[in-house]
Design a protein around this ligand. Structure first.
Ligand code: CO8
Length: 258
């Protein structure tokens, strides 16, 4: 029987999507990306889920796009087939927080997938690279755009042009990952973080995610204006009133919209 390219599970209000092509180091092919996109959208629509974790295994988060699948593609195959837009960008449509939990290799498209998540929690074993130059390709699933925004032009150029690999400590120092945890603790620590996030008011989380993402894409004045609209809208939110009332009454808030 064919292995499922992803596995899904839920832990309370946290969904976990595990990339599941271990023999190929979770190389990302169409079947996997389609399944990942469908799972992300399903969990995004599920009212019982407040945060989503995407992870791999101890050896690899994902070693990139599946080179064996791509090797014979022509320009027309990828242009007419809408490669990248068709199934790699679904993650951009997800409005709930998505955390990448990375152990082992996150290379090429795997690194790009991790960067498309809202944050990356890395195990000490995590290794990040955009080695497409070795194939005379380029990091075309957002890598040349997200990496410089994440770690600055100098480090991004170095990684993209030389294929240099970062270890977890460097990735932490450069701001690519939000935290590094001990090997073996990756899933537990990421689940704890995701559960903490998922307990907050979901509309507030979604507004914050959209606002932070706007900082990547818009000039400061436009981003500040967007943020202000989001702030004003918070005053129309029952959860925000509950949060402030609960603080003043020194009790735990009971958010309705989770
Ligand atoms: N695609 C397909 N198969 C892969 C991939 C991959 N990206 N990575 C590893 N595998 C396979 C290997 O072929 C091998 O299979 P087999 O056992 O049948 O020979 C198996 O996984 C195990 O790999 P290794 O034996 O190589 O394991 P090592 O521990 O020796 O090395 C590495 C691990 C360093 C991660 C090594 O496998 C490697 O360099 N992999 C390729 C990494 C890479 O180049 N990634 C970028 C791919 S291109 C890309 O991602 C583009 C994304 C943007 C899309 C737009 C452009 C098209």
């Amino acid at each position: 029987m064919q292995e499922q390219p992803i596995l899904v599970a839920t832990h309370g209000r946290v969904a976990v999507i595990t990339l599941n092509r271990p023999a190929q180091l979770n190389a990302l092919d169409d079947a996997l990306m389609d399944a990942l996109g469908a799972a992300l959208l399903a969990f995004d629509a599920d009212p019982d889920i407040g945060a989503i974790v995407v992870t791999g295994n101890d050896k690899a988060f994902a070693a990139g796009a599946d080179i064996a699948a791509m090797a014979d593609w022509s320009y027309m195959d990828v242009y007419q087939g809408d490669f990248i837009t068709r199934n790699w960008e679904t993650i951009r449509r997800v409005r709930k927080p998505v955390i990448a939990a990375v152990a082992g290799f996150a290379m090429g498209g795997g690194c790009e997938l991790a960067m498309a998540c809202d944050m990356i929690v890395a195990a000490e074993s995590a290794r990040f690279a955009l080695p497409e130059i070795k194939l005379a390709m380029l990091p075309g699933a957002g890598g040349t755009q997200r990496l410089p925004r994440a770690i600055g032009k100098a480090k991004a150029m170095d990684m993209c042009l030389s294929g240099r690999m970062l270890d977890a400590a460097e990735a932490d120092r450069y701001g690519l990952v939000s935290r590094v945890v001990a090997d073996g603790q990756l899933l537990a620590e990421t689940l704890a973080l995701a559960a903490r996030i998922a307990a907050f008011s979901l509309p507030a989380l979604m507004a914050i995610k959209e606002s932070v993402n706007r900082a990547w894409e818009a000039p400061l004045s436009e981003g500040i204006g967007f943020e202000r609209r989001q702030l004003h809208a918070r005053f129309a939110s029952e959860d925000a009133h509950e949060g402030m009332q609960a603080f003043l009454a020194k009790r735990k808030p009971l958010f309705r919209h989770r």
